[in-house]
Design a protein around this ligand. Structure first.
Ligand code: SF4
Ligand code: SF4
Length: 314
C-alpha cells in the first residue's frame, strides 16, 4: 500500500497529463461530468458520482467509424491515443465492465475496444453515496478493473495498484510513499435499497403512465449502449462516412419498420423494455445485471420515476 498527501494531487495530475489525454471529473453550472483536463481545473471529488458518466469517452454520442468508396475501400476514421481516466467511481467501473461485455460480444466492436485498451483507469473509492445511489443492493459497490485505486482519507489518499500500469504510476511518479498501514475506510451505506422481483411482478402500467418518453434516463445511463448507424453519402464524390449515434428505446423510431409501423409505441412498453434489458435479458446472456445502481436515471427523470422502487415491485 502507498499514500499520497492531498496537496500533491495537482502535481500528480500534471504528471499524468504528460502520459496522454487526461480525463477528470469537474463541475460547471451545477452539473458534474468528465472532461479533458486543463491546468487549474477544480476536480469534482464530492460525495456520490458525477451527473454524467465517462461513457462518451469510450462510446461517443456521435462518431464517424469509417470512410469508404465505391470500390469498397474502407478507411478507419479513428485515431486511437493513450488516455488516463482519473476519478472514476466503483459503480462506473462496474458499468465499464458491463459495456466491455456488450462490445466484446461477437461481432466485437474494434472502436470501443481500442479506446478501452488505451485508457488507464485511476479510480477513487466511494465513501459517501449520492441520494439516489443503490449500488449496494446490486453488489456493485466494490471497485473492479482499475489500474490504480485511491482511497480517500481526510488529509491523504491510500493508493493501491490493480495492474502493472498502476504499479508503474506509483513507482515512476515519485509522489507516493510506501506505508505498512492499511485503510480503515468506512463506507456509508446507500439510503436507497432495491430488491429486484420477477418482471411479472413489476407494475409496468403504474410507472409507464407517468413516463414522458423523454429519454433523459438512457442518455445519462452509463450502461445504455444502443446505437444507430447512418451512411452519409458525399454527393461531390468524396468517400461515404459511416456514422454512429446513440439511440434510445424511448423513441418511436427505435422500433419503427418500413410502412410506418412501430412495434413499441406505448410508454409502458418502452419502460418495460428499458428495465427488462437491464435486468433479466442481460443477466440471462451475460450473467450480471446491466444496471449498476448508479441512480443517475432517478436523478434525471422528468417524471420522478424511481427504478429502485419499480424493480422492487412497488
Ligand atoms: S438504469 Fe439507472 S441506476 Fe441503473 S445503471 Fe442505468 S442510470 Fe444507473
Ligand atoms: S427519464 Fe423518466 S420520463 Fe424520461 S423516458 Fe426515462 S423513465 Fe420516462
Amino acid at each position: 500500500m502507498h499514500t499520497i498527501p492531498r496537496e500533491k494531487l495537482p502535481a500528480f495530475l500534471e504528471y499524468l497529463s504528460k502520459g496522454g489525454e487526461l480525463i477528470v471529473p469537474a463541475k460547471k453550472d451545477g452539473l458534474s461530468f468528465f472532461k479533458s483536463y486543463e491546468k487549474g481545473d477544480r476536480l469534482y471529488l464530492e460525495k456520490g458520482n458525477t451527473d454524467y458518466s465517462a461513457k462518451q469517452f469510450f462510446f461517443p454520442y456521435k462518431e464517424v467509424l469509417y470512410h469508404y468508396d465505391k470500390e469498397g475501400n474502407f478507411e478507419n476514421a479513428q485515431e486511437p491515443r493513450e488516455r488516463i481516466l482519473f476519478g472514476i467511481r466503483p459503480c462506473d467501473l462496474h458499468a465499464l465492465a458491463v459495456t466491455d461485455m456488450f462490445f466484446s460480444d461477437e461481432p466485437a466492436d474494434p472502436h470501443y475496444l481500442e479506446r478501452r485498451k488505451r485508457t488507464t483507469l485511476i479510480a477513487i473509492d466511494c465513501t459517501t453515496p449520492g441520494k439516489n445511489c443503490f449500488c449496494d443492493s446490486l453488489g456493485k459497490r466494490d471497485p473492479i478493473g482499475h489500474d490504480l485505486l485511491l482511497i480517500p482519507e481526510k488529509k491523504f489518499f491510500y493508493a493501491s495498484a490493480g495492474s502493472e500500469k498502476g504499479k508503474k504510476l506509483l513507482e515512476d511518479s515519485g509522489l507516493f510513499e510506501k506505508t505498512s498501514e492499511s485503510p480503515s475506510i468506512k463506507k456509508i451505506p446507500c439510503k436507497k435499497k432495491a430488491s429486484p422481483v420477477d418482471s411479472s411482478r413489476v407494475k409496468w402500467e403504474k410507472w409507464g403512465k407517468l413516463c414522458f418518453a423523454c429519454a433523459a434516463c438512457t442518455s445519462v445511463c452509463p450502461t445504455c449502449t444502443c446505437f444507430d448507424i447512418e451512411d452519409e453519402i458525399q454527393l461531390k464524390g468524396g468517400k461515404t462516412e459511416r456514422q454512429r449515434t446513440w439511440a434510445s428505446c424511448f423513441t418511436k423510431d427505435f422500433t419503427s419498420v418500413a410502412g410506418g409501423h412501430s412495434f413499441r409505441s406505448a410508454r409502458p412498453e418502452m419502460l418495460k423494455q428499458f428495465v427488462n434489458h437491464k435486468f433479466p435479458y442481460f443477466k440471462e446472456k451475460f450473467g450480471v445485471t446491466m444496471c449498476v445502481g448508479c441512480g443517475r436515471c432517478v436523478t434525471a427523470c422528468t417524471a420522478k420515476i424511481d427504478i429502485s422502487k419499480m424493480i422492487s415491485g412497488k
